[in-house]
Design a binder for this molecule. Structure first.
Ligand code: NAD
Ligand code: DAU
Length: 355
């Protein structure tokens, strides 16, 4: 079986559901259930004996030691993290705690477990660390896309904490021989994404007739990847990635934020012509920029294509269409996650971003 951490969050839950759809290997899912973790995301797996959910912290040695001993997973996929850049600007401590200290504690538990396995199990074991393209910093308009050889230059407390965790993972391979793999992926979107992130936030606000806040002038660029494609890339890296290597994953879909928001609004106009706020783009509101806002991300994904034959299967247009349809069909899910803590967050964050 495999152990997934952070499997009640956006990408982790998509990964666990896809994993158990594609095959039969059981999953132990360790998640702390922070504001971003949601058992409702795992509803399709209710009653499925192949999925064991455990609420706990990756930094809790006793919990992780016990899970490793009991289940003897052949692989660990580490999704668990604090993941939102704006939250890291408001309060970096939690990011250091989970992304740096938590990953360190997890690596220590895994090292202790792995080092006493028989040689054949040691050789087959994998620790796959899920990271981000943000560790590479920010690109100018004419710069080449991030490759695996691009030097790290993180700019936010979030990306600095992810960079630190990547370095620890690398060091555990170099020093102790732990069989690690690291993936650095671009911006994901799709079902189950918490509506603090740009795409679900815009869909949610547009449906409610609220302003669509665009930081700065909306010309910052991100490289968008449908979450199902990220999950298939991780499965492929786990299956055939070379130990100790890093793989960049991206969608070849560079868009400005304004292009993304306009595409979402056009799709909502088409799906929701009876809306009182037609056209939805009339809700766009330019607000004060994010401090230290990275200008452009772009991924050079040639290594994963060349070595592992992976390419994304969704275009931006097909992925966005599926995503808008999912949010329209799952407004209960949105209503559940946008209560309580979410409302406090919105008033904290957007008070800092006046129009
Ligand atoms: P998310 O915030 O939606 O989910 C994170 C999950 O981790 C939640 O379920 C949360 O409860 C859990 N978690 C947090 N702290 C924990 C802890 N100490 N112990 C156990 N569980 C804990 O994040 P996401 O967008 O699904 O991102 C998942 C991973 O992928 C992160 O490592 C992130 O850095 C990386 N990543 C995200 C993107 C993206 O666009 N969202 C892109 C590239 C890489
Ligand atoms: O690149 C990968 C990263 O993508 C992941 O590592 C992070 O976990 C994930 O959150 C994401 O980071 P971003 O900061 O790029 O994503 P976010 O959705 O927060 O913002 C996308 C762009 O939209 C960014 O340029 C900021 C802008 N934005 C965001 C929000 C929330 C706005 O203009 N308005 C907003 O209200």
């Amino acid at each position: 079986m495999i152990l997934v951490t952070g499997g009640a969050g956006f990408i982790g839950a998509n990964f666990v559901i896809d994993w158990l759809t594609e095959g039969n290997e059981p999953v132990v899912n360790l998640d702390k259930l922070t504001y971003a973790g949601n058992l409702e995301n795992l509803r399709p797996l209710q009653g499925d004996a192949r999925h064991v959910f455990v609420q706990g912290d990756i930094g809790d040695r006793a919990v992780v030691d016990a899970l490793l001993q009991q289940y003897r997973p052949r692989a660990i996929i580490n999704f668990a993290a604090e993941s939102h850049v704006d939250r890291s600007i408001h309060g970096p401590a939690e990011f250091i705690q989970t992304n740096v200290v938590g990953t360190f504690q997890l690596l220590e538990a895994v090292r202790a477990h792995w080092s006493q396995l028989p040689a054949d199990e040691q050789a087959a074991f994998r620790f796959l660390h899920v990271s981000t393209d943000e560790v590479y910093g920010s690109l100018g308009a004419a710069d080449p896309a991030f490759s695996e050889a691009t030097p790290y230059a993180p700019n936010s407390p979030y990306s600095a904490s992810k960079a630190a965790s990547d370095h620890l993972v690398r060091a555990y391979h170099h020093t102790y021989g732990l069989p690690v793999l690291t993936t650095n992926c671009s911006n994901n979107y799709g079902p189950l994404q918490f509506p603090e992130k740009l795409i679900p936030l815009v869909i949610h606000n547009a449906l409610a007739g609220r302003p669509l806040p665009i930081y700065g002038d909306g010309s910052n660029v991100r490289d968008w990847l449908y979450v199902g494609d990220h999950c298939s890339a991780i499965r492929r890296v786990l299956e055939a990635g070379r130990v100790g290597e890093t793989y960049n994953i991206g969608g070849c879909n560079e868009k400005t934020n304004l292009e993304v928001v306009n595409a979402l609004c056009a799709m909502l106009d088409e799906r929701h012509p009876e809306s009182p706020v037609m056209p939805h783009a009339s809700l766009i509101a330019f607000v004060k920029d994010r401090p230290g806002h990275d200008r452009r991300y772009a991924i050079d994904a040639r290594k994963i294509e060349r070595e592992l034959g992976w390419v994304p299967s969704e275009t931006f247009e097909s992925g966005i269409r599926k995503t808008v349809a999912w949010y329209l069909d799952n407004q209960d899910w949105v209503a559940h996650v946008t209560s309580g803590e979410y409302r406090n967050w919105v008033s904290r964050n957007y008070a800092d971003h006046p129009a």
